[in-house]
Design a protein. Structure first.
Lengths: 236, 226, 236, 226
């Protein structure tokens, strides 16, 4: 029988290795897998390349992972947000690398990585400083840049409900990057707010089919990053 | 030139209200962070506009009642919003397929600078110690059919934001169609900046003085769209 | 108020013009918008380029459109199926053009067209006769071909349920190409088995958001192609 | 050589049953049209395999009970199927993202010819009056990690289907890992065709005679996977 559930977050992230590329779901706090990230901090993997739209806030979740010195490079579209101080300090002191990618290009690169598309052309960034170093080409009367598929060794994502096969549905705008990250990672690890038996999710409404998922951990009452930041929590 | 909080000119809300007037019924609209977010509140009664937020929602509604929000139902500015009847959630790649694929009718953005050829700079001042952050701005200007800008006419120190050529890094070249400022409504045409409308209490000379490029006087069709 | 509903199929397809590219949903009969196709036959547009996985069966639906001589070119992956005689005869007599596209490449080209991606690389067809004439390029240790985004002037698709905003859900494997075709067409016309008021579809389960849809016609009891073929029906 | 329906060799169902034995528990599997479709019925009790059909379903079950089918719940061969608990429906671009992206573990296909280097020809005989039709075969062989073939060892007229080099147009080069025929199980290795197992009543010479390329005799690990 296929059973992708794990008893806890620690066992789910146990295999993350030094130097791994880790795709972390979430747009701001919406969809951020806070408990999985904290388990990864406990686990100790370092020299990570992390792909996320942002860089976290306060000193919990992704910001805490960065603060702990585990992240060598961030790939993101918007590395500064309210309550985001950890990344800017490290970046200014040259202790962390940044690959800045327009948000839609980031999403499309991840989808391409998951869909077996090595590269594609997009109009985004043409005529801007972010086109520098990119191959350009015209189709019709318009210029485009070549962008490459992006894959990860691991994805850490947060779902609303899962089954043992790894089928997932999300909560509102917490969906964001998670479905494409699940496609693009060799190993996709999910924290789900609820677990149901197969058949408990409407097959017409499954957003991420289980084929893209490797491990599922039940986290019934996940922390909200903004609440932790407001309380002044610093992890660990 | 100095700019000591002039009594003339529109407030942030009035600028948003003016921009709202030009949004056609039935449009799919993406609103940028800041003053553009205010536009939704001023779309006239009887006009149905569907708001897209690039983090995965079509049919975005206003802020939730206090205590009824969900930290996982937010807009691109990461503020809590609501979902109207008829809304749909989707993932980021689908969301930017809507943007890049030309499905969003219009977008209202903030600006650091707009050039007379419609170049937009709104993501970076190029300051050496700034943390570069672009978000979805470059995708929006590359994909959305009509790009409109709401901005103060000048910076806090009184420098023009409407210029001959942007000194800040571009978000996209030749993308802006219409600009709503506290002083005027201005179209970007093949002839450069075309004045469409003046705020109460200002005249062409006043606005021209605060603009970094030539401003064509109001023409025959002052309320034409872009 | 936005109201994309039309009173009947005839008014919904009224604007299809001679020479148009029409994306028609369906994989075999599943998802085939039979009533819209029949309305298009009545409407009379000709010299069409039609994109569909197949070429229809019997003498109804897509096969009837082809038989009526309205289709100058088919773009599809599998133009022969059980009960498919109309296309093969016209093809052998040189009266219809065929662009043969591998099924996954066809789906991806249509998605790309709808997503503003002018071209992408794929491994499919490398080392086969279908790579002929395509630009090739290596990424890593593998060869890929360049494929172009595909768009349509119109899409005709079938949904299970719609609302006046054009939000859609589908029935089982009738979904197939329709969501990407809705994205890729300038004008997307939908026949829906049911209409609900906005809010009647779960926003988490909407498959095609209304932004991709222009016209919706209620067809409460759509014909099944296989039933018509079995009954020996020939349209018109 | 002539081939007058030999009494030796496996039936279609026996070939499917043999192929089913090699499918690991927990696999995501795509089955081609024809004999491969029979494989699902023979996966051993206790092995959970999830079937993908490229027209948009993961978790495909067997044919429906008579009268309970839905003409819109079909497989890639356009036959009515069912959806098991835990199934998911998705659109064609997502379905082929699973295939092209390497997410499907294994695929069992039919063949016109397989070469000793693993080239597969299964979509066209290249006959001048044939209607070319490729379907999803080229995507499957380009994207699925392990490609296995079930086929009669020879054509109806007795010609070998396992050959040195395919004469028919390729579906993909160097893609096939293992071949199940009515006479044998054969792996494609860097040394060419490697006999893994013989059907009852045939020997190496018998199979070699009906094979268009050299067949290495059974080696030390006859039941190894591909």
């Amino acid at each position: 029988m296929i059973d992708k559930t794990h008893p806890d977050a620690a066992s789910a992230v146990a295999d993350v290795f030094d130097g791994a590329t880790v795709l972390i779901g979430g747009f701001g706090e919406a969809g951020s897998p806070v408990e999985l990230i904290h388990a990864l901090i406990d686990q100790g993997a370092k020299d990570l390349t992390v792909v996320n739209n942002n860089t976290g806030s306060g000193e919990v979740g992704l910001a805490a992972l960065i603060k702990a010195g585990r992240v060598a490079k961030m790939v993101c579209s918007y590395p500064r947000t309210a309550n985001s101080t950890v990344f800017p300090e490290l970046y200014r002191s040259g202790k962390i690398e940044l690959e800045l990618v327009p948000q839609g290009t980031l999403a499309e690169r991840i989808r391409a990585g998951g869909a077996g598309i090595p590269a594609f052309y997009t109009p985004t960034s043409v005529g801007t400083p972010l086109e520098v170093g990119k191959e350009k080409r015209s189709f019709g009367d318009r210029d485009y840049v070549l962008e490459y598929g992006l894959t990860g060794d691991f994805a850490l994502i947060k779902a609303k409900t899962a089954d043992r096969l790894g089928n997932l549905v999300y909560n509102k705008t917490a969906r964001n990057f998670s479905p494409v990250m699940a496609m693009a990672a060799a190993t996709t690890i999910v924290q789900a707010g609820a677990l149901v038996t197969p058949g408990g999710l409407d097959p017409e409404a499954v957003v991420t089919p289980g084929i893209f998922v490797d491990s599922v951990v039940l986290v019934p009452d996940p922390e909200h990053e903004s609440v932790l930041v407001e309380r002044g929590v610093s992890y660990p | 030139m100095t700019n000591s909080s002039p009594a003339v000119g529109l407030t942030r809300d009035e600028m948003a209200q003016r921009a709202a007037l030009d949004i056609p019924d039935g449009s799919y609209v993406n609103l940028g962070i800041g003053i553009p977010e205010l536009v939704a509140a001023y779309v006239p009664e009887g006009t149905e506009v569907i708001y897209h937020t690039e983090n995965g929602l079509l049919g975005m509604g206003p802020s939730p009642q206090p205590g009824l929000g969900d930290p996982e139902l937010i807009n691109a500015g990461k503020r809590q919003v609501t979902a109207l009847d008829g809304a749909a959630f989707f993932h980021h790649a689908d969301s930017f397929a809507m943007i890049r694929g030309g499905h969003i009718d219009l977008c209202v953005l903030g600006a650091l600078q707009v050039s007379e050829s419609g170049d937009l700079a709104n993501w970076s001042t190029g300051a050496p110690d700034a943390i570069p952050a672009v978000g979805g701005a470059m995708d929006l200007v590359a994909g959305v059919r009509s790009i409109r800008v709401i901005t103060q006419h000048t910076t806090r120190s009184g420098e023009p934001k409407l210029v001959k050529s942007c000194s800040y890094p571009l978000t996209g070249p030749a993308v802006v169609g219409r600009i709503y400022t506290d002083l005027a409504v201005i179209d970007v045409t093949s002839d450069g900046f075309q004045l469409v409308e003046l705020a109460a209490g200002v005249d062409l000379a006043y606005v021209q003085e605060r603009t970094g490029a030539d401003l064509k006087p109001i023409a025959i069709h002052p309320h034409g769209g872009d």
